[in-house]
Design a protein around this ligand. Structure first.
Ligand SMILES: Cc1cc2nc3c(=O)[nH]c(=O)nc-3n(C[C@H](O)[C@H](O)[C@H](O)COP(=O)(O)OP(=O)(O)OC[C@H]3O[C@@H](n4cnc5c(N)ncnc54)[C@H](O)[C@@H]3O)c2cc1C
Length: 414
């Protein structure tokens, strides 16, 4: 079996990449160990949600998934507030002042993944190998030969590793990573508040780490609370009343931004927080995208957004190579992708790392307050922040900046 591209991993990032590549006319094989469960609006809200930027929503639109997402529960948000320990210093953003309809949309990860899968099921040019897993990699006449658990072998011109933070593909390619363990967990839950959340993404930097409330369509909020490991274990073990009391204490004193008390919560779970950055995104006729390539601290909600920009960037580079009749998996083509996307991820990963370092220690309080005041008062800084957070900065792929796949393909054939 020979394909232009094999995509290992059909999470949100691999699913989007596979769909965009097939829609651009490449023959694609997709391998994943697990088919996404059908999404049902009546099921409890998934504990894993993402703040999808407008640029990422455009990419998912071109991948044939965003309409499906918008038919199910989702929550656009127009306002964002970030404050220090108390609300004495804060930065606020409103979509309107930047001429935007929304700053982002909170969506359950399982809905995005299922919508992409539906799109792949009905698309020509895609073959799905699922449930199956990549177990080995060889080369034949220079091209990758991907070995699957089932015994199948897939020949391709290009292998795309989209198989998440513990990527098998990255290991098979021998790509090294910089890796920081924060010694923290991201505790997640869905909580109800005394007044419904009407579309505010709110984040407060507490002594142990940031606490975020992300709005959901029924007025409840999905929280992500970064906590030292011992505190996270304690919060997971306590009963609901004790947890709500801790949460109430953490949000107290935010009368302007968050005039609320928490009144109820669902189940809780916690995920280890790390930062990982691959030394290179490229090896012989292979590339990494999404969490396989980088993992960033969730404080700016940018992990999957970065990955979707990788997927769009890769498609842009491959379509351009095909147009110029050069090898889509040649070193130069892949380096164009790797240098571009790695430098963007490095800005984000190291940025999150520094912000986290600045916000945790109590003794940096005065410096922090000066910094927040300066950013809050500077239109240029706020505009640059919003452009990056919405996925529409100057270096973003064309698909995140309003161009369509048709535009890309038309430009290629002109
Ligand atoms: C607490 C928390 C909150 C977050 N909030 C946000 C947010 O608000 N916004 C945001 O942008 N990001 C957020 N993130 C980050 C985001 O969740 C990840 O960046 C994103 O899920 C990564 O997607 P992915 O498709 O790259 O990888 P994954 O979701 O890990 O998908 C990998 C896929 O590969 C498959 N796979 C694995 N191994 C193999 C194999 N050997 N063969 C075949 N298939 C394989 C798996 O089955 C899976 O389907 C958050 C992260 C955390 C921890």
């Amino acid at each position: 079996m020979k394909f232009d591209v094999v995509v290992a991993g059909a999470g949100m990032v691999g699913g989007a990449a596979a769909s965009l590549l097939a829609r651009s006319g490449f023959s694609v094989a997709v391998v994943d160990g697990q088919e996404p469960a059908p999404f049902d609006n009546t099921q409890p809200v998934d504990l894993r949600v993402s703040a999808i930027s407008p640029g990422s929503a455009d990419i998912l639109g071109e991948a044939g998934a965003w309409r499906q997402v918008e038919r199910q529960r989702h929550c656009p948000y127009r306002r964002m507030a970030v404050e220090d320990r108390d609300e004495s210093v804060s930065i606020e953003f409103d979509a309107m002042e930047f001429g935007l309809e929304r700053l982002g949309t909170i969506v359950e990860n399982s809905l995005v993944q299922w919508s992409l899968w539906q799109s792949l099921l009905t698309m020509g040019g895609v073959e799905l190998f699922c449930p199956d897993r990549v177990t080995g990699l060889e080369y034949s006449e220079g091209d990758p030969v991907v070995k699957l658990e089932s015994g199948a072998t897939l020949h391709c011109r290009l292998l795309v590793g989209a198989d998440g933070a513990n990527s098998k593909i990255r290991k098979l390619l021998g790509i090294r990573q910089d890796h920081w363990e924060y010694g923290q967990q991201g505790l997640v839950s869905v909580v109800q508040t005394s007044t419904p959340n009407s579309g505010l993404a709110w984040q407060r930097f507490l002594e142990g780490g940031p606490l975020a409330f992300l709005p959901l369509d029924d007025g409840s909020s999905s929280i992500v609370w970064s906590l030292p490991e011992a505190s996270a274990a304690r919060m997971l073990a306590m009963d609901d009343d004790a947890f709500l009391a801790e949460l109430d204490q953490a949000i107290a004193g935010s009368e302007n931004h968050w005039p609320n008390r928490v009144t109820g919560c669902g189940p809780r779970a916690a995920f280890p927080l790390t930062m990982r950055l691959s030394e290179s995104y490229v090896a012989s006729r292979s590339v990494l995208i999404g969490d396989a390539a980088h993992v960033v601290h969730p404080l700016a909600g940018q992990g999957v957004n970065l990955g979707l920009l990788d997927a769009a960037g890769l498609v842009e580079v491959l379509v351009d190579a095909r147009n110029r009749q050069v090898d889509i998996a040649g070193d130069k083509t892949l380096e164009n992708y790797g240098r571009w996307r790695r430098s963007e991820a490095e800005v984000m990963a190291r940025g999150m790392h520094s912000i986290r370092g600045l916000f945790i220690p109590e003794e940096l309080g005065p410096l922090r307050r000066i910094g927040i005041g300066l950013i809050s008062g500077s239109w240029t800084a706020r505009d640059a922040f919003i452009k990056r957070a919405t996925g529409r900065n100057r270096n973003a792929p064309a698909l995140a900046r309003g161009q369509t796949l048709t535009d890309l393909l038309r430009a290629a054939s002109a």
